[in-house]
Design a binder for this molecule. Structure first.
Ligand code: SF4
Length: 355
């Protein structure tokens, strides 16, 4: 799915740091979320096999969301994957308006001068998504003058919980416009926050580096270190929290350093004292029920699971047939070879072994 340069999906991060830019590689790692979004969209369009690519748990979570949306809509039509444009007055543009941003809302239900906007999240309620929904709502208000109130809903699949609130156009503008203004400022400054993990600038960001450099300052550790050495004795959770904050930021930066160094090493610049290490990707059974029938293990093994790892299947096969796990794996590689899918392997940079 394409994202506008000013996409509402980035508004929650910009509300915390106007310099945030999403790391595309981190975004592509959210495959499970994309699968669930596609399944929900297909289910709402009543397409057959909408849930076919989901695990049993993911299927139940998305089905819960689908049912919640249908209950909310009642007799009103449900629109899914709706592109919404925020149009602002522009005396120089044709028609007197120009597009400031656009985004794609998961679900829109219109009813007279009210509307419901729904966003599905495959995880739990860890973050505040109000700025994102305000972005969609403001765009909707700008496109449909008749709409006076938008009710926003975020459905969290993993916890099967929801968060709902209402916005007027003024409410939505009050949230969105300061975010856009801060983002568009030439002199915007970075501010360390919980989105740094997903930010493309985390390797070189001055705000993050300033926090990381504190780790080298002995004064910064005078308080937290004694508390860390004797956790049971500390009566001050704030002290531990301070040390943890620092540790978390160092971790974000050090992961970014490792990733950049690994990419450089793969391109030929291996740092002295290090070597590249490849690991084979995990192997998965793509159709568990078919595999169970073919190899003759109890039919209720792995109930409801579409995919399982070859290693798990080998454990059960070894117990049932009285063979070692190594023998089980070898036999399965022959018996169900057409049902095995190997995930992408990983490459990491590790300290070279001393000769
Ligand atoms: S790494 Fe820097 S620019 Fe990115 S979100 Fe964190 S503080 Fe902002």
């Amino acid at each position: 799915m394409s994202h506008h340069e000013l996409s509402p999906s980035a508004f929650p991060a910009w509300a915390e740091c106007p310099c945030f830019d999403s790391d595309e590689e981190e975004r592509t790692n959210t495959l499970e979320g994309t699968l669930q979004h596609d399944a929900l969209s297909n289910a709402l369009k009543e397409q057959p096999d909408a849930y076919q690519h989901l695990s049993a748990t993911a299927r139940e979570n998305v089905q819960w969301a689908e049912q919640s949306i249908r209950t909310l809509a009642g007799e009103d039509p449900i629109q899914s994957e709706v592109k919404l444009r925020y149009m602002a007055p522009d005396a120089f543009a044709r028609g007197g308006q120009s597009e400031v941003y656009y985004g794609t809302a998961d679900v829109l239900i219109r009813r007279g001068n009210h509307a419901d906007l729904i966003d599905y999240k495959s995880g739990t309620a860890e973050r505040d998504h109000r700025a994102q929904l305000a972005g969609y709502a403001l765009a909707l208000f700008s496109q449909r003058a008749r709409i006076k109130t938008v009710r926003c809903h975020v459905l969290y699949g993993a916890s099967r919980s929801s968060d709902s609130w209402a916005l007027s156009q003024a409410d939505a503008a009050g949230i969105v416009l300061p975010i856009l203004e801060a983002r568009n400022r030439q002199d915007r400054l970075p501010k360390v926050n919980s989105y740094c993990t997903f930010c493309r600038h985390r390797l070189t960001c001055p705000a993050l580096l300033a926090e990381v450099s504190k780790a080298a300052a002995p004064a910064e550790w005078e308080e937290p270190l004694p508390a860390l050495q004797e956790v049971g004795a500390t009566t001050d959770p704030e002290t531990l929290g301070k040390a943890l904050d620092l540790a978390r930021l160092i971790e974000i930066w050090s992961k970014a350093v490792r990733k950049a160094a690994t990419e450089l090493a793969q391109a030929g610049s291996v740092p002295p004292g290090y070597q590249l290490q490849s690991r084979r990707g995990t192997r998965e059974i793509t159709d568990t029920q078919q595999a169970i029938e073919r190899i003759g293990i109890p039919p209720d093994s792995f109930l409801g699971s579409q995919r399982i790892s070859l290693s798990k299947l080998a454990d059960t096969y070894a117990t049932t047939k009285g063979v070692t796990k190594k023998q089980a794996t070898e036999q399965l590689e022959t018996l169900v070879c057409d049902l095995i899918e190997e995930k992408k392997g990983t490459v990491s940079l590790v300290a070279a072994k001393q000769a």
